[in-house]
Design a binder for this molecule. Structure first.
Ligand SMILES: [Zn+2]
Length: 273
């Protein structure tokens, strides 16, 4: 009788221990680690920050960095826009936000982050990336593109060419680039003539099909776009074609806004810079 009772007690305790272990496992999921680019941060409560980052192996993730708004905090300057970092975080089953545990700076773009004009360029890259990148989807090509753009803005102390290249490639990677050799409406070849583009239209149109308010992209502009696809960014000199660089940027921004059905907030700031 006593023996049976002891066994029952043991069995009961074993069960209790099992339950505790499995619930502990649920609460403490293993920390993940990834190389990442900080896309954006927002204040979260009084002391924390909400951080959106693009992890090389995790895709775009949103997390909470506790205590990041306190003057003395363990994150330092790692959470600045487009900082290249190594990040450790824990996923929580019941919440959308991961918990950021640690963040170490791999590469800082301090010069651009602390300059108003240059930081506008970084902010545009951040806003567009947030818009086009689905959550939790790994994108090695966008990761490399964002990093390259931030590096070139910082290196050249000028956002105009890097941003133009960035938005053009974002359109290309999004599969939104129309044909550059013939009209999207009637199919006629542009030859050496101009092509036309404008907000609210995803294509390039010929002289006959162009709509009111559309702007011209001449043959040299189309050749510059061709160079974007085949040459390294640091091989394309910024001073060479300032106006066409701006045309390609505006055109790509129009297409991004068209396909995402959103107006970019940073676009207005770019115009005043
Ligand atoms: Zn046409």
């Amino acid at each position: 009788m006593i023996k049976i009772f002891v066994l029952r007690v043991r069995a009961f305790r074993t069960v209790v221990i099992c339950v505790r272990r499995s619930s502990a496992r649920r609460l403490l999921m293993p920390a993940r680690e990834t190389e990442a680019i900080i896309l954006k941060t927002f204040p979260l409560g009084e002391a924390d920050r909400l951080v959106s980052f693009l992890g090389r192996t995790s895709g775009r993730v949103r997390g909470a960095a506790s205590g990041a708004r306190r003057i003395k905090n363990r994150y330092g300057s790692t959470l600045e826009v487009l900082s290249h970092v190594q990040i450790w975080y824990v996923e929580r089953e019941t919440r959308d936000l991961v918990r950021i545990q640690q963040c170490e700076l791999l590469e800082s773009f301090h010069k651009s982050q602390s300059d108003y004009g240059l930081s506008t360029g970084l902010a545009a890259v951040s806003e567009i990336s947030e818009l086009v990148l689905p959550e939790h989807e790994v994108s090695e090509s966008m990761f490399r593109l964002i990093l390259l753009t931030a590096r070139e803005i910082d290196r050249t102390a000028d956002w105009t060419l890097p941003l133009s290249y960035f938005v053009f490639w974002t359109v290309r990677l999004g599969g939104w680039l129309p044909r550059f050799d013939r009209c999207s409406v009637c199919g006629e070849a542009f030859g050496s003539g101009p092509a036309f583009h404008g907000a609210g239209n995803p294509g390039l149109l010929c002289e006959r099909c162009r709509r009111p308010g559309m702007r011209a992209l001449d043959e040299a502009g189309r050749r510059l776009a061709e160079r974007y696809t085949s040459e390294r960014l640091d091989k394309i000199a910024a001073g060479e074609a300032k106006e066409r660089t701006a045309v390609l940027r505006e055109m790509s921004l129009d297409w991004i806004e068209y396909h995402t059905e959103r107006k970019l907030n940073t676009r207005r700031l770019l115009e005043t810079n």
